[in-house]
Ligand binder design. Sequence first.
Ligand code: PGA
Length: 270
Amino acid sequence: MEVIILPTAKQVACYGADVCESLIKTKPAAVLGLATGSTPLALYKELIKYYQQQHISFSQITTFNLDEYVGVSASHSQSYHYYMKTQLFDFIDIDPGNTHIPHGDAVDVQQEAIRYEQLIHEKGGIDLQLLGIGRNGHIGFNEPTSSLNSITRVKALTNATKADNQRFFGLGEYQPTHAITMGIKTIMQARQVLLLATGTNKAQAVKAMIEGPVCAMCPASCLQLHQYATIVLDQQAASELIMQDYYQFAKQACDTLFTQSGEGCTKSYG
Ligand code: PGA
């Protein structure tokens, strides 16, 4: 696990965007796993900028989103279909046919989850999976106690998650109770994972993910078992970590090596 602590949320977004940019430059037909929520918004803005400055093209890129609410149509302003369209897809040269998000309004949502999981495999798997983390340690909508071996399926949302998302739905409006989400195994099969977290409200979950035991009560802790997981934090999200000094030292040592050897550093320490 690589832990990067940066002074500000803006730098976290830029770091994440740079990781995406490098992948797209080296593999123009990469498969990206995308996340929604407030955390990746700034990263998507950076990617749009890189596209507009002609640093990267998404014309051959395929994307798979982590999740979608059950019972919410693609045109609903709180659907993750709508989010992706309005926050990223409408502003880049991606082929809409290459963007995939589970259909939360499918007649048979269980079958939709199976189809989605199969499609990820048919497209060769995910090269880089972007993640946020919930205050309860969830990744995607894999709530605490999710099987660490789960694949894409329908999950019931916890009260904590529903409360966190309540602000997005109008008073009296239907608020989803379930979601179709990639499973933890699905996420773990991505060849590279990049989790971003910012703000003090994530500090406890971040501590449990990085320095706690691997356990289903903190689904994000499964990333301790991933061979190529990078966690990028601002100082607030990192504030509860007891080994902050070590992470900073390891990063500096790595950057020095990188400068001296001219080789990429992200894989050089675990
Ligand atoms: P947030 O959500 O980015 O809106 O904080 C992250 C998550 O719940 O995974």
